[in-house]
Design a protein around this ligand. Structure first.
Ligand code: ADE
Length: 247
C-alpha cells in the first residue's frame, strides 16, 4: 500500500516509520510511505501556511494555497483524501479492515483550528477521527490510523500474530499473557498454561477473554454473543453459559 501524508511536521513521522512493525512493513515492501512537507509548497515569503479566519473567531486556519498545491502534486480532484479531524467518523475495526484493502491512501494532517473548507470540498475529503477528544494536530491521529490499519495488511504481523487467528475472539478483549519465569516474587503463572493440553489452554484463554470483556466492556460482551454465540462449539457455549451466570 502506498501512503502519502501531508503535514507541517514531517519529522514527527520518523519515530513510527523508523521503528518496530511499521519499519519492517516498509522494508518488506508492504508499505511505501511518502511524507510531504506542506510548508515547502507555500508561496508566502515568510513560509506562512496559516491565517486568521474570515468572520472572526479564535485560532488560525490552514490556508488553501499550500495544501492545494501539495495535494495537486499527488492527487486529482475528487480522488479519495483522508482528513484527520475530531469532526470525522470515529474509526473502528470494520473501517480499518476496509481501509487496509486499498492500494493507496492520502492523509492530510490539520493544525490550529483546521483547514480551509475549500480543500475538503474540492478533494471530497473523508473526515476521520480517532476518538471523541481533541489533539493539537492531525499527526498523532494519522499515526494511530496507519498503525492500527497496517495490522490488517497481510504479512505485516508475524504468523502467530495473525489477526485472523483471533477470529474466535472477534470483538472480545484479550486474555492475560505471561512469559518466563514461571514464578516471580511469589507470583505464579496459571498452571493450565504448562499442561501441554492445547484444548484446555484454548478453553482457558476463551474463558478469561469472556470474563474480562463482560467485566470491562459489557457492551462488547453482549454484541459478541449476539453475533457469534450461535457459531460456537458445544464446549465453547458451555463456557459462555458459565461466564454469563457469574456475578
Ligand atoms: N485532530 C485533532 N483531534 C483529532 C481526533 N480526535 N481525531 C482525528 N484528528 C484529530
Amino acid at each position: 500500500m502506498k501512503i502519502t501524508i501531508l503535514t507541517i511536521f514531517p519529522e514527527m513521522f520518523s519515530a513510527v516509520f523508523n521503528n518496530s512493525m511499521l519499519k519492517l512493513a516498509c522494508e518488506k515492501g508492504l508499505l511505501a510511505v511518502d511524507v510531504i512537507d506542506i510548508r515547502e509548497y507555500t508561496k508566502d515569503k515568510h513560509k506562512k501556511v496559516d491565517d486568521t479566519p474570515f468572520g472572526g473567531g479564535a485560532g488560525m486556519v490552514m490556508m488553501a494555497q499550500p495544501v492545494f498545491d501539495a495535494l495537486k502534486k499527488v492527487k486529482s480532484k475528487g480522488q479519495g483524501l483522508i482528513y484527520m479531524s475530531p469532526k470525522g467518523k470515529v474509526i473502528d475495526e470494520e473501517y480499518l479492515r476496509a481501509l487496509s484493502k486499498r492500494d493507496e491512501i492520502t492523509i492530510l494532517c490539520g493544525h490550529y483550528e483546521g483547514v480551509d473548507q475549500r480543500i475538503l470540498d474540492y478533494f471530497k475529503a473523508e473526515e476521520v477521527s480517532i476518538g471523541d477528544y481533541v489533539l493539537t494536530g492531525g499527526e498523532l491521529p494519522a499515526m494511530v490510523l496507519i498503525d492500527s490499519m497496517a495490522r490488517f495488511i497481510e504479512g505485516v504481523l508475524k504468523g502467530n500474530e495473525s489477526v485472523e487467528e483471533e477470529s474466535l475472539y472477534m470483538g472480545l478483549l484479550e486474555y492475560p499473557h505471561y512469559t518466563k519465569p514461571r514464578e516471580y516474587e511469589g507470583l505464579k503463572v496459571p498452571e493450565v498454561l504448562f499442561s501441554g493440553n492445547h484444548e484446555e489452554i484454548e478453553d482457558w484463554k476463551f474463558e478469561e477473554s469472556l470474563r474480562l470483556t463482560k467485566k470491562r466492556r459489557p457492551d462488547l460482551f453482549e454484541r459478541y454473543l449476539e453475533d457469534y454465540e450461535m457459531h460456537l462449539s458445544k464446549a465453547k457455549k458451555k463456557i459462555v453459559e458459565k461466564i454469563r451466570n457469574e456475578s
